[in-house]
Design a protein around this ligand. Structure first.
Ligand code: HEM
Length: 253
């Protein structure tokens, strides 16, 4: 028998889709969301899984990769418009979203709420890490675009300082989590993957991707710190704390 009373409202759950009709805010939210995947996420993928992982093969392979990147045409403008400005936009608008407290989960189930918070903190920590990492690697000490051969030694000198190594590990894990879970958020918000089952499957794929980024990044850091001891690069801005007995230029594994 049909009831005359209206049905009880069903609590929506999951990630709210980005909806049109909110003026500039809608466009900026879409741009923020998209910039997390392209170009910022694409750059992170390249940086961890392609460029830095070549260090695992040794200083020569790493120098060749740095030299390849440094010699790309109009490299300064590629960096400016393809990396720095998009990261700056994504980060500043991300802090604004955080400050405004705009929810990305509708009914705040425990795991969604936890991940919502983690998405903000990992982004915030990654921001300070990225600013510091870009400043020291790109704008101080040995200029790696002029001297790619010194690139392995420059990173090595940094990660021999235990505090800096800890900062690298935290920055790597935060950026990897933020990007991997961000892919899931992106797919949910743009309606690319809808339906509980499909979203759960995608979440597992994203967690696997997080593990891949984190493990490859950690193995690269281990390589910089423990293997292939290189002579210190000229004019490095980091105090070199490596043991004096290291065998220069030869693997010590
Ligand atoms: C390592 C560089 C970064 C990458 C690869 C990245 C990537 C992403 C991706 C893919 C998303 C999901 C897009 C979406 O929500 O639809 C996202 C979301 C987000 N990002 Fe980033 N991001 C980075 C840095 C940052 C920084 C530095 C902040 C500053 C706080 C930040 C704040 C946020 C926030 C608040 C969200 C969630 C937006 C929402 O819930 O609507 N991100 N990011």
């Amino acid at each position: 028998m049909a009831s005359a009373s209206s049905p009880a409202p069903v609590a929506a759950h999951g990630v709210a889709p980005l909806r049109a009709g909110q003026g500039y805010s809608f466009i900026l939210r879409r741009l923020h969301s998209l910039s997390g995947i392209v170009p910022v996420g694409a750059f992170l993928f390249e940086h961890i899984l392609i460029s830095n992982s070549t260090a695992i093969t040794g200083p020569d392979a790493y120098a060749r990769q740095v030299s390849f990147l440094a010699n790309l045409p109009l490299v300064f403008f590629l960096e400016l418009f393809g990396i720095w400005l998009p990261i700056l936009f994504h980060a500043l608008y991300g802090f604004y979203i955080w400050y405004r407290g705009d929810g990305n989960t509708v009914a705040y189930p425990w795991s969604g709420n936890w991940m919502y918070t983690a998405q903000r903190w990992t982004g915030g920590i990654a921001f300070f890490y990225i600013v510091w990492h870009t400043y020291t690697m790109r704008f101080t000490g040995n200029d790696l675009h002029d001297n790619p051969a010194g690139s392995f030694a420059k990173v090595q000198a940094e990660v021999h300082n235990p505090w800096l190594l800890a900062f690298y590990v935290v920055g790597l894990i935060c950026a990897s989590w933020h990007f991997a879970y961000g892919i899931w958020l992106f797919a949910a918000k743009w309606g690319i993957v809808s339906g509980d089952k499909a979203q759960q499957r995608l979440l597992r794929v994203c967690l696997g991707f997080f593990m891949l980024l984190a493990v490859v990044g950690l193995v690269s850091l281990y390589t910089f710190r423990e293997r292939f001891q290189e002579p210190p690069s000229p004019a490095t801005n980091i105090v070199d704390t490596r043991p004096a007995t290291a065998t220069n230029g030869r693997p010590v594994q």
